[in-house]
Design a protein around this ligand. Structure first.
Ligand SMILES: [Zn+2]
Length: 327
């Protein structure tokens, strides 16, 4: 047998993974991201380059958001629908996105920036989940038996690395069930219904995965929030984007980590907190007097909007009959 093999005069490289027909093929069980990691890094560089585009704010925002959705996610997340890449890579993409869209503010939430600033932008992890689901749904149309077998294999997978938000469960019959009795059939339902249900389930995941003031008491309605934000003028969007992502840092917050910073308001000497700025600081008395309805909402109906101003899910909003005053 050994005599039948040709004699090699050069060393042969032994590879643990190769790319075949555009997909990574692993020859051992070690987790190696290889070129996937490089593409994610390149995706982050591309997002960072957009930050310095020399154009006016409105065009810049439109171009950034469209550009990210059309180009960078498909590029950076290529092959991530077939390989587990770990949450830290999604976190890096989100952080690069929030830096580009609202600036380098430590307090700004990458999760909120990827979900509530533009309808053209989908969270990178949700984007990847939807890509996986689309592949299975297409397979169910062209090779139904193979899709059924794939779903059964995935449903019985007992590895240590779950892929998907906590609470989302894939059943062997193709039903994906999630929080609040939301569910869809990945083998039969129309793709539009599947993606819309995923977005609703994702709203629950946002709440579950975040721990900051103004988030957690109510389910957020991402569609309504995006519609309201999109209706604002470009200058209002620029002025309020930090409120959407919670990027402001008050003096009292800064004083926690910076010993030389005073927690006092530079205008009146009171403790500088979020509600002080919006509701109490004498500097804003005249402006507040022009919008009594808004101040009433912040005081009595939606105190969490002092921290993050996003629309709650109307189905779970006890004040659904109350009309929010026009700003
Ligand atoms: Zn003040």
């Amino acid at each position: 047998m050994q005599g039948d093999l040709p004699e090699f005069t050069e060393d042969v490289a032994v590879l643990s993974c190769v790319k075949d027909l555009g997909e990574l093929v692993h020859y051992n069980r070690s987790i190696s991201l290889g070129h996937i990691k490089e593409m994610i890094e390149e995706g982050i560089h591309r997002i960072q380059r957009i930050e310095w585009l020399p154009c006016d704010l409105h065009r810049k925002a439109l171009f950034i958001q469209t550009y990210i959705d059309q180009n960078i996610w498909p590029f950076a997340l290529y092959s991530c629908d077939t390989t587990y890449i770990g949450q830290k890579h999604f976190d890096k993409l989100r952080r690069a996105t929030v830096n580009t869209l609202v600036g380098h503010w430590h307090n700004a939430s990458p999760m909120l920036a990827c979900n509530f600033l533009s309808k053209f932008l989908m969270d990178p992890f949700l984007y990847t989940l939807c890509q996986c689901i689309r592949i299975i749904r297409r397979l169910a149309t062209v090779q139904h038996d193979l899709a059924v077998e794939t779903v059964q294999n995935a449903a019985t997978y007992d590895g240590s690395r779950p892929f998907g938000p906590v609470g989302w469960e894939l059943n062997a019959n193709g039903i994906v069930s999630g929080p609040d009795h939301l569910q869809f059939d990945v083998l039969k339902d129309p793709i539009k219904k599947i993606i819309n249900t995923c977005r609703e389930m994702w709203n629950h995941h946002i709440i579950a995965s975040m721990d900051r003031k103004g988030i957690g008491d109510f389910l957020l309605d991402s569609r309504l929030s995006l519609r309201v934000y999109a209706k604002c003028t470009e200058s209002v969007q620029q002025l309020t984007k930090m409120n959407v992502v919670g990027g402001f840092q008050t003096q009292s917050m800064k004083a926690i980590w910076h010993k030389e910073t005073s927690e006092k308001c530079v205008f009146c000497g009171e403790c500088d907190t979020r509600d002080h700025r919006l509701l109490h600081c004498p500097l804003g008395t005249e402006i507040r007097s022009q919008y009594p309805d808004v101040i009433d909402v912040l005081h009595n109906m939606r105190p969490e909007w002092i921290y993050i101003c996003l629309c709650p899910d109307s189905m779970k909003w006890p004040f659904s009959s109350v009309r929010i005053p026009k700003l």
